[in-house]
Design a protein around this ligand. Structure first.
Ligand SMILES: *Cc1c(COP(=O)(O)O)cnc(C)c1O
Length: 422
């Protein structure tokens, strides 16, 4: 019986990733019961390993002071290098194409310095409409910085009114009419509202065929989708470390620069000493010699405490395997979506695409008669999702620490709440 608590408990017993849940601190309610935490798309949970890793760095700091740069268990002077390989594996890149640094929006600016180089005839940026405005602020400010007017240079792709999605045909259509004027195509994947995952390879090919540069904001993609950044060949990508990657609040962010740009000394960039060739960095010469690879875009020596949590977290991803995680994630998503579809309540509309390759963990449930009280009742029932105005409950069952039985509990709670809602 698929529609039973026994069935979901059975799935938990058979889950090849079941041991990972115990490695995390699961937030609890006042009565010390586990909450159902479906907010990993906003702030991922702390693992015991990450907790210990931060403690290790504090202890090394206490023990060694400045000597920790060389003497710490993981020497601070090259700390970021410990993250490149596991991070690269998760996003399908070569280790030298990936670096963890700064925040997502900062990285987006650094990438636009290199890959948004407007000219009189080609000065436009194409972005998707998103209720999450940081990328839009960043893009508008870059356009103004270069002396152009966002009213003329910014094109915002609106979701089609039919299903709320951005389609490849829409992108194609805009490129056909304005492609020669577009300098940069910047798309997010997964869309933070609908949960739609965009085809990175297809969008990249299309934009390239019109001579535009292409970047992706993978805030909701990294640690969620099975990405192939090297193969798909966008110019750059950025993402944050605190959502699916469980690096902790405000954790440093990721940046991918495709290998084909690594040797390009003519590419403009903003520089700092951590992007200087590491062999001669400490000679402190006055001339900047860039490091070859994504590391060359670094500015400052990085925050070790934030990196420590992230390093351990990435190792957990590596151990679990992004393929296994993706398989479980899709399975959880589909089980929940199927329960909701079979229930077919008139107030419920699932706006996340049904096809596996068009979605990640996140399931966006639209209320046809929106009422935030429904969401608040979920919280009273120990379920932490999030509410997006005006009408969407976002639920993100993540494969590392969420389990199958939680899906069934969530479904029953939502059903009870909505059916009793007057
Ligand atoms: C989470 C998120 C951000 C966050 O930006 P920070 O620079 O990390 O504060 C930006 N853009 C999108 C699309 C996001 O989902």
């Amino acid at each position: 019986m698929k529609n039973s608590s026994d069935y979901f408990q059975q799935l938990d017993q058979e889950d090849v990733l079941h041991q990972y849940r115990d490695m995390f601190f699961i937030p609890k309610n006042k009565n010390n019961n586990d909450l159902i935490y479906y907010c990993g798309n906003s702030l991922g949970l702390l693992s015991k390993q990450a907790n210990a890793a931060v403690k290790q760095e504090l202890d090394d700091w206490a023990t060694y002071g400045v000597e920790g740069h060389l003497e710490a268990k993981y020497p601070w002077v090259k700390y970021h290098e410990f993250l490149c390989e596991p991070m690269a594996e998760i996003v399908g890149a070569k280790p030298k194409e990936v670096v963890m640094m700064n925040g997502l929006t900062t990285n987006l600016h650094l990438m636009m310095i290199s890959f948004y180089r407007p000219t009189k005839t080609r000065h436009k940026i194409l972005i998707e409409f998103s209720a999450f405005p940081s990328d839009r602020y960043a893009v508008e400010s870059q356009i103004k910085f270069h002396g152009y007017d966002p009213n003329e240079s910014l094109i915002i792709l609106k979701p089609s009114s039919k299903n709320g999605y951005i389609t490849i045909e829409q992108i194609q259509e805009i490129l056909k009419t304005e492609g020669e004027e577009i300098a940069l195509v910047l798309i997010g994947s997964v869309n933070y509202y609908t949960g739609q995952a965009y085809p990175i390879s297809q969008i990249t090919k299309l934009a390239k065929s019109y001579g535009a540069n292409v970047g992706f904001d993978l805030a909701h993609g990294a640690g969620n989708l099975d990405l192939k950044l090297h193969e798909d060949e966008p110019d750059f990508a950025v993402w944050c470390g605190y959502k699916y990657l469980n690096g902790g609040p405000g954790c440093i962010a990721g940046c991918f620069v495709h290998e084909r740009h690594h040797d390009d000394h003519n590419l403009p960039r903003l520089s700092g000493w951590w992007g200087h060739d590491k062999v001669s960095r400490f000679k402190m010469g006055s001339k900047f010699e860039m490091m070859i690879g994504a590391e060359g875009w670094q500015l400052s020596n990085p925050p070790i405490l934030a990196m420590a949590a992230l390093r351990e977290s990435l190792l957990l991803f590596q151990k679990a395997g992004i393929n296994n995680l993706r398989t479980k994630s899709i399975r959880m998503h589909n089980l929940l979506a199927n329960l909701l579809r079979e229930w077919a309540h008139p107030n419920i509309n699932i706006i996340t695409p049904e096809k596996d390759d068009e979605k990640g963990c996140q399931l966006s449930i639209q209320l046809k008669q929106p009422d935030k009280k429904i969401f608040n009742s979920l919280i009273e029932n120990n379920i932490i999702g999030d509410w997006r105005e005006p009408d969407v409950i976002r639920i993100a069952p993540v494969p590392l620490y969420n389990c199958y039985s939680e899906l069934f509990t969530f479904y029953n709670s939502l059903k009870r709440i909505i059916e009793n809602h007057g």
